[in-house]
Design a binder for this molecule. Structure first.
Ligand SMILES: [Zn+2]
Length: 89
């Protein structure tokens, strides 16, 4: 396992832990929705296979959109003012 990999073009991100994984024949991979995913360890693959949806880029995008919509709604309700600490001077 002490080989020097000078070819960086084969690097992939482990969707579970975010580590860079180089693709060689020893790589732990999984194919889901016509996409090949690379993993640094078997435990990451196990986590991915339990709920592959949770590790899609789309889900974090959806979460961001949901969060910004939530903030917009909150701003409407509170008129842009914080709900607590409404001190009168
Ligand atoms: Zn990993």
């Amino acid at each position: 396992m002490t080989h020097l990999n000078t070819n960086n073009s084969g690097n992939h991100k482990d969707p579970v832990c975010g580590m860079d994984v180089s693709s060689d024949k020893n790589s732990i991979t999984a194919t889901w929705n016509d996409q090949t995913y690379y993993f640094c360890a078997q435990t990451c693959l196990d986590a991915f296979e339990k709920s592959p949806e949770a590790y899609q880029k789309k889900s974090s995008f959806f979460l961001k959109r949901w969060w910004s919509n939530y903030l917009k709604r909150l701003n409407k309700v509170t008129n842009g003012k914080p709900q607590c600490c409404d001190k009168k001077s």
